[in-house]
Ligand binder design. Sequence first.
Ligand code: F6P
Length: 322
Amino acid sequence: MTIRRLAVLTSGGDAPGMNAAIRSVVRTAVHHHVEPFGVRNGYRGLMNGDIEPLTNRAIGGIMLRGGTVLGSARAPDFATDAGRDKAIDHLERLGIDGLIVIGGNGSQSGSLSLHNTGFPTVGVASTIDNDLSLVDTCIGVDTALNTGLALIDRLRDTATSHHRAFVVEMMGRKSGYLALMAGIASGAELICTPESPVPIEAVIETVQAAHAIGKNHFLVVVAEGSPLTAPAIVDALNGDKCFEARLSVLGHVQRGGAPLAFDRLLGSRSAAVAVQALLRGQSGELAGLAKGEITLVPIADAILPSRKVTPELLGLGDILSR
Ligand code: F6P
């Protein structure tokens, strides 16, 4: 099937670099004489028919901005047949014959369901959670990691000055990737993720060992979805009394801000590969960085559990924290 018109949407949690990907979708489409359309607010906008034509000029100057100029949303209704039918009706009414979905794991499950109905759909891997399998690093991860790291470094300064413990909660309800990487890069004494539950006894053992060897601060990086929560760790540390403990929840600040060069380039390159795939007649594929190359992987495989929080990385964090 020849693609004459394509639409692009951003879905799920926004990620720095999404705008570079939108810009690249539009300009690559125009380069190939295909008319680009933008969908507002992810799958919710798709179900409501909130779709408008885009031009090269309309998306000028967006690459350096954080967030997504198209808007994003969480749209559980899209998982229903009725939701998907509504979305496809709107696309067909506008003569749009292909869709590019920029987003993470949940968003790409939506792409797969559209592909399975026969509507040509290609994904672009974008989420600060880095929770897509077969993809090394998704759009947004590098910037979010650097944002988080810069904040943790500041907390470490005050922790050292006051001989305190700081428990820093990072984003990631289901994925501990950001916490793990920020923990290693900041030299945290302890890292807790949803994938690697840490018992409270281990926290106490670690803090006592750190105190015994003369450390004058204790830094714990905890992912949002860790079974042992950040406030529970603070309480345990204050009960133990080696270090007075404070809590710092970084929250959505990690998702905002201007994308770093890595994410601008990743967004630009991945989205171009996605558009080219769609124009070649491919569907059900995800464009992203895999084994160091911008390439396509099947969405069905990419949405399987990503297993990036490995025992090796956790072990490294532990060894380097002594
Ligand atoms: O999708 C990325 C993410 O930032 C997760 O790390 C976090 O758990 C979740 O989104 C927060 O979602 P919301 O912005 O809907 O509160």
